[in-house]
Design a protein around this ligand. Structure first.
Ligand code: AMP
Length: 268
């Protein structure tokens, strides 16, 4: 008999503002332990404790599940967050995002893309040429869900990432999220840095060069961050939403892991 899989989601907030979240795909046997681990993560994350944590579970239709491969990984080492943002801008432009859209996307993450400069629960969707914001609800944004490592492939993938110094759940979850985004209709590139004040690493992802980590995209202590998905048309929003929020995708293999390399403005 086919083994059933469940989408398990966690979202923590305080005073109505997003604090942390997670998206997993688990077997029935894993539900209790993974839900407990996500609850513990929500309660123990840096900053004030949440006043609400929601966990939800939903069985996935087996025939709807797709399988895919993770993107290649590159790591750039920069001297500080300004150099990091300058590099991120270059990588976005190389992927096909206009200067104007890059400036707008960066500005939104730097100033808080939600209402009144708050952190959004999900991502901004932005036209890669005009820089127009397309996601509708600027508080929720678009939440990528129903994706994870395939459970049979997980041990080997995690072992290889750990050897490369990339085994932390934060890195793996961001890689999986970016991988799903890169397979989405109309995607040109993604920009991300965390809203966790202690986590300054971020990334640019694009379908050709893959997942490109940058070791500093914001100042230590900065509580703002988020994600911007740059798309090539405003007509792509409905299929994009359907795919990113509803389509289950499991990743069965790693791409290439490139060694970390120093980057300074004089490079390229
Ligand atoms: P994190 O990488 O978990 O620190 O998240 C950084 C920001 O990315 C959050 O503040 C959200 O704005 C956004 N984000 C987090 N998870 C998702 C998701 N599943 N889908 C879309 N955006 C997300």
């Amino acid at each position: 008999m086919e083994r059933l899989l469940y989408s398990l989601r966690m979202r923590a907030s305080r005073g109505g503002y997003h604090q942390s979240g997670a998206e997993k795909v688990v077997t029935a046997d894993e539900v209790a332990s993974v839900a407990a681990a996500l609850m513990a993560r929500a309660m123990n994350s840096s900053g004030p404790q949440p006043d609400a944590v929601h966990c939800s579970l939903e069985c996935l239709e087996p025939a709807s599940i797709r399988h895919a491969v993770l993107p290649d990984i590159a790591t750039f080492l920069v001297s500080d967050w300004r150099a990091g943002r300058s590099l991120a801008s270059r990588l976005l432009v190389r992927a096909g995002v206009s200067d104007r859209a890059v400036r707008r996307g960066m500005g939104l993450l730097a100033g808080g893309a939600g209402p009144d400069g708050s952190v959004m629960r999900g991502a901004v969707v932005m036209h890669a040429q005009s820089g127009e914001r397309l996601e509708g609800d600027a508080s929720r944004g678009i939440r990528v869900s129903r994706m994870d490592l395939d459970s049979e492939a997980r041990p080997a993938i995690e072992a290889l990432l750990t050897v490369a110094g990339l085994g932390h759940h934060r890195v793996i979850e961001a890689l999986v999220l970016a991988a799903k985004v890169l397979n989405a209709p109309g995607i040109v590139a993604e920009l991300c840095w965390s809203d966790d004040p202690d986590y300054v690493i971020g990334y640019v992802a694009d379908p050709y060069y893959g997942y490109q980590r940058i070791n500093g995209l914001k100042e230590q202590g900065d509580p703002l961050g988020g994600r911007v998905f740059f798309v090539n048309s405003d007509r792509v929003l409905d299929p994009l939403l359907e795919y990113l929020e509803r389509q289950p995708v499991l990743f069965t293999a790693l791409g290439r892991i490139n060694p970390a390399k120093d980057w300074c403005d004089a490079d390229e």
